[in-house]
Design a protein around this ligand. Structure first.
Ligand code: R5P
Length: 295
């Protein structure tokens, strides 16, 4: 088995290759003069099984094309079995038609991935579990829950907070594993402007060390507002655990300046180039969770 990677998350691909006791294969990726992607697998020996690692993040459109080209090149080299590791499934946020005239983007991306004819897909914490239904290929849907529980079990937390009803799917398993109550925030997002408004809270937060759990951070608006709201309700400390950090421009600084005391994320998306304060931000690797599912 060999591990190949597009350019989206080389550090994670390296870790997965290491765990599988193999080297990351050589893939050269650059651009033709007209900006189209040029890719070359520079390996003499090609095994019949391959793992392709690519998160559809940061420049998602480019990463999706890189992925498709990489899989095509492997097929042409005679690789028979390909496992696609897509830790962040780009476009999975648009998993519904919210307003007439919108695309079902998540379904479109599922169709594109399946058209490459990979054999199976491994992904982590989809925004909506029902997205799995858009795939007819075997799809292994992993969660960062156990990693967060392991990391936070001795942090003297008093309760978990779901920053919206959607986040309950990540919050409930962690609350169960840590035997803690859940507080739910109700929030409304303006579909036009993207602005978030907190409507209220169900549960008691005064004097508590709270852990907010969410699947991803984009603009940071949800979490920053939730932290402000909880501190107004006299929460003692605010810790956040979110699987995917999309590293949208400027969000790092905003999160650090916010009322969040500590932030835990995973490495589903490459953070290597980011200027991150590791006192504030702790990055937990998802590599072993993924590797365990590769055979
Ligand atoms: C909402 O449904 C998501 O799970 C996140 O809470 C949210 O969308 C993250 O986006 P942002 O960081 O822009 O508020």
């Amino acid at each position: 088995m060999q591990v190949f990677s597009g350019s989206s998350n080389l550090p994670l691909a390296h870790k997965i290759a290491q765990n599988l006791d193999c080297k990351l294969a050589k893939v050269e990726i650059n651009k033709f003069p007209n900006q189209e992607i040029r890719l070359w697998i520079n390996e003499e020996k090609i095994d019949h099984k391959a793992v392709v690692v690519q998160s559809f993040a940061k420049e998602p459109d480019r990463m999706i094309i890189e992925f498709c080209l990489l899989v095509d090149a492997l097929k042409r080299l005679g690789v028979k079995e390909i496992t696609a590791v897509i830790p962040w499934m780009g476009y999975c946020i648009q998993d519904k038609i919210f307003r007439n005239g919108e695309p079902l983007s998540s379904r479109v991306i599922a169709d594109i991935i399946q058209a490459t004819k990979v054999n199976e897909i491994i992904t982590v914490d989809l925004h909506n579990e029902t997205t799995q239904g858009f795939f007819s290929l075997p799809l292994i849907h992993l969660s960062a829950t156990n990693l967060f529980v392991e990391k936070l079990k001795n942090n003297n937390l008093d309760c978990l907070v779901a920053p919206d009803v959607g986040a309950l799917k990540e919050t409930i398993p962690i609350a169960k594993a840590m035997n803690l109550p859940i507080v739910i925030i109700s929030k409304k997002r303006d579909l036009q402007t993207g602005k978030v408004q907190i409507l209220g809270i169900e549960g008691d937060i005064e004097g508590k060390n709270a852990l907010i759990v969410d699947d991803f951070i984009s603009t940071g608006g949800t979490l920053i507002q939730a932290a402000e709201f909880l501190k107004k309700q006299k929460a003692k400390t605010i810790t956040v655990a979110a699987t995917h950090h999309l590293f949208v421009e400027g969000v790092e600084a905003r999160l650090e300046k916010s009322l969040i005391d500590k932030l835990y994320i995973t490495d589903t998306i490459n953070s290597e180039d980011e200027k991150v304060d590791h006192q504030f931000l702790d990055i937990i690797s998802i590599s072993e969770t993924i590797t365990k599912k590769i055979d």
